[in-house]
Design a protein around this ligand. Structure first.
Ligand code: IPM
Ligand code: MG
Length: 352
């Protein structure tokens, strides 16, 4: 049965990198149906909302959704619930993609592009599993209120239930079994109640179902430090929505460029996954055709693997990216001069 990939190019460099994904998807697969919808700030400008019902329905009924990027300075004064980022959060929530896999893989050809020494990052292959549909991103109450004395007070709520913690931890343990069999769970149980619960639930689940996997607990601030001190000590790092947001940016830089890192957000089995490059819309270089499309291309690789049932094609694509890099293909962010389209072409050539 043919499967459907929905492209949501979005804003900034999103459309540019999605064009390369489309090129590669067409060359690599023969029965993939590729659909596309306007999304993010572009959708706000056209329809007054960052995520139309039409785009949401298309996402919920496809097999995989690949988005480019959302946001940009031109939407900074739009009311929060209509901001491009709100469209992304709604999409994650509605698709119920609670487990966000953010691999940080250091391609050997790029070990010198990292701001850390080669010996620290060489061979790096870790995955951050970020809880994506709970925590302080969605907790209620939240708001900004005015106090009787005229001051204003801004507040958010960090909240996790047992089942929210357990289901994402389960993904981390399952993933570790197919890798180096180690899970590090990061929270702030020294100061946060939700962190105490997080640690308890992960410990219980481990004892019940995953005693064969090595489990380590780490405070999130220490995890940040360990990530830049000796990142190769990690295999799978599972953490909440906010810590995962922060730690995954740090992990991304270890590999040399944010322009290299893909991600997969997964929900229950059989539901569509949401694939996003980790980089943002990069308004400073948008429209210039110089963005690195590899994060988006590698996100498509993850879609092939996790949602489209084409693991072998995913392996082929991964090998082509490695080959292109080894052949010297470099966009500006990783020390070269190739344009976005030329990098896409380099991967295409390596495929053939
Ligand atoms: C990410 C981004 C998003 C997040 C923004 C754009 C809402 O930083 O995917 O890491 O905070 O989750
Ligand atoms: Mg982020």
């Amino acid at each position: 049965m043919s499967k459907t990939l929905l492209l949501l190019p979005g804003d900034g460099i999103g459309p540019e990198v999605c064009t390369e994904v489309r090129k590669i998807a067409v060359a690599l697969t023969n029965d993939l149906i590729i659909d596309e919808k306007i999304y993010g700030g572009a959708s706000y400008d056209a329809h007054g909302t960052p995520l139309t019902d039409d785009a949401l329905q298309a996402a919920l009924t496809s097999h995989a959704v690949l988005m480019g990027a959302v946001g940009g300075p031109q939407w900074a004064s739009v009311p929060r619930h209509l901001r491009p980022e709100a469209g992304l959060l709604t999409l994650r929530k509605e698709m119920d993609v609670y487990a966000n896999l953010r691999p940080a893989l250091c391609f050997d050809a790029l070990a010198d592009a990292s701001s850390l020494k080669r010996e620290i990052v060489a061979g790096l292959d870790i995955v951050i599993v970020r809880e994506l549909t709970g925590g302080v991103y969605f907790g209620q109450p939240r708001g900004i209120e005015t106090l009787p004395d005229g001051q204003r007070r801004g507040f958010d709520t960090q909240v996790y239930t047992t089942s929210e913690i357990e289901r994402v931890a389960r993904v981390a343990f399952e993933l570790a079994r197919g890798r180096r069999n180690k899970v590090t769970s990061a929270e702030k149980s020294n100061v946060m109640e939700s962190g105490v619960l997080w640690r308890e639930v992960v410990t219980d689940l481990h004892r019940r179902d995953y005693a064969d996997v090595e489990l380590e607990h780490m405070l999130a601030d220490n995890a940040a430090m360990q990530l830049v001190r000796r990142p190769t000590q990690f295999d799978v790092l599972v953490t909440d929505n906010l810590f995962g947001d922060i730690l995954s940016d740090a992990a991304a830089q270890l590999t040399g460029s944010l322009g290299m890192l893909p991600s997969a957000a997964l929900g229950s089995a059989g539901k569509p996954g949401l694939y996003e490059p980790i980089h943002g819309s990069a308004p400073d270089i948008a429209g210039q055709g110089v963005a690195n499309p590899l994060a988006a291309i590698l996100s498509f690789e993850m879609a092939l693997r996790w949602s489209l049932g084409q693991a072998e094609t995913a392996d082929r694509l991964h090998a082509a990216v490695v080959k292109a890099l080894e052949g010297g293909a470099r966009t500006r962010d990783i020390g070269g001069t190739l344009t976005t389209a030329q990098m896409g072409d380099a991967v295409l050539r390596a495929l053939n």
